[in-house]
Unconditional design. Structure first.
Length: 177
């Protein structure tokens, strides 16, 4: 009824003229280590006894505890409670605990309860905690980091916070620098 078949028997087969080569062991896979993302360097900290006159620009993070008279551009900018900035601030993320006199532009802007801001804020998202002091206008833009910082000509201006739209363009704010 059942007969033994030679199909499963070891050894060369009639249809395979060459003998089966012994299987070579595969080399052990290299220890492939996915390059772990490099640890993010800590933020550059400007201590509270430091007074800087001039502009700061980095692709990294800055934490300001002292005084800066000039513009700051960074990835993440944290303004400490004892800090004072007199100039324009531009960053992807801006966390304000201290004082800024000047324009703030950021994708995410956060004013904590101790924040004091005198100037316009141009943002994509904003959070203002209870107790924060803010004098100026707030404008939402999809790309607040663009060098222009203003809506294209002919585009309607957006104002938030219940302010009235002005018929004439706003005057540039004088800098106290």
């Amino acid at each position: 009824m059942f007969s033994k078949s030679k199909i499963n028997e070891p050894g060369p087969k009639a249809e395979d003229p060459k003998p089966a080569a012994p299987e070579m062991p595969r080399p052990a896979p290299q220890d492939f280590k996915a390059s772990a993302p490099k640890a993010k360097p800590p933020a550059s900290v400007l201590s509270n006894d430091l007074h800087i006159t001039g502009n700061l620009k980095t692709t990294g993070d800055i934490q300001v505890e002292g005084t800066v008279e000039g513009d700051i551009r960074a990835h993440l900018l944290t303004i400490g409670e004892s800090a004072t900035i007199k100039g324009e601030v531009v960053a992807d993320d801006v966390v304000i605990n201290g004082r800024i006199v000047g324009r703030v532009r950021g994708l995410k802007v956060r004013l904590t309860a101790t924040a004091r801001v005198e100037g316009d804020i141009i943002h994509k998202t904003i959070a203002i905690e209870s107790g924060a002091h803010f004098e100026g206008s707030v404008q939402r833009q999809d790309d607040p980091l663009s060098p222009k910082g203003k809506a294209p000509a002919g585009a309607p201006q957006q104002q938030q916070g219940g302010g009235q739209a002005a018929a004439a363009p706003a005057k540039p704010q004088a800098s106290n620098s």
